[in-house]
Design a protein around this ligand. Sequence first.
Ligand SMILES: NC(=O)c1ccc[n+]([C@@H]2O[C@H](COP(=O)([O-])OP(=O)(O)OC[C@H]3O[C@@H](n4cnc5c(N)ncnc54)[C@H](OP(=O)(O)O)[C@@H]3O)[C@@H](O)[C@H]2O)c1
Length: 315
Amino acid sequence: MKAVVVTDFATEPTLADLPVPEPGPGQLLVRLHAAAVNPFDWKVADGALKDAVPHAFPLILGSDGAGVVERTGPGVTRLQPGDRVYGQFMHLETGHGSYAEYTVADQNGTIARIPEILPYALAAALPTASVTAYQAVEAAKLDDRHTLLINGASGGVGQSAIQFAARTGARILATGTPELAGYLKDLGAHTVIDFTRSPTHHQVAALHPGGIDAVLDLVTPAGGDITPLAGLLRPGGTLINTNYATDPDALAARDIRAVNLGNQPTPEVLTTLADLAATGALRVRITAEVPIDQAPAAVARARTGHTHGKTIIIP
Ligand SMILES: NC(=O)c1ccc[n+]([C@@H]2O[C@H](COP(=O)([O-])OP(=O)(O)OC[C@H]3O[C@@H](n4cnc5c(N)ncnc54)[C@H](OP(=O)(O)O)[C@@H]3O)[C@@H](O)[C@H]2O)c1
């Protein structure tokens, strides 16, 4: 089967020909019809989890995907051949991932069935970005008295986060360049902050001198300075970061609830999001669909961070 692999940490992804994997007990063989690119994919290839989890090489890149169950291993009862499924398929210990024609998944893993009307490409675009957005907005505990800044709102996580936050009735400030402002407002943003004009925290502080209630920060990297964003919050406010850049203990001393959020997909959350996407209640902007042999170039583009939607790989 065709797959996109790295042969060691910090090496270039390449197209490879690998054997189709065998589903073991409790596992499914999934014929993937779409995979999606996330920043996590290249971060893992660079060794982000090097010290945390053993990695098997060649390592097939990619977490998110959608496809059809081709075959089941012994003891599988939850799903059967022909079921359309989606979810996260990265398994570093065995080297499996979603940038491939086939992958294996545990029947009780981070997968769920998808409705007939949900295209594979749209399903593949959801797991990491939209689950993160969904769980980040839940963690923010918003209601219609609150004002939220989404920093990094123009990317994959941010676009979904705007939509989930809009459902709470909160007032949403979203960062984005002027050409995207109309789109972000259409998703539910009330104000778009052009972060290329002057620092976001200056603009937000000028608009809300009394402070805001929550910040969802998708930009500050681990080890980066999150203080300017934390400084926008009223006492009792919430700061959520997706790159482990916050220090909850230090901020608790300032009466700020800080959360380093890592997405935790469950079949239930995945089913909820698939249903929302199938009915159009959750919109996901797909900016490119590329054949698998162009996946290495797509990963290189994703590394630049200038992404305004999801890139889909068609295996
Ligand atoms: N912990 C978790 O579970 C988890 C899950 C998903 C994602 N993440 C992390 O969350 C971050 C966002 O993920 P993503 O998938 O949304 O990334 P993405 O699709 O690559 O989007 C990044 C967005 O950030 C914008 N941006 C860059 N610099 C900015 C700045 N200084 N101010 C405001 N916006 C800025 C970019 O806009 P321009 O193109 O206009 O620069 C781009 O639209 C990544 O670091 C990712 O690794 C973590």
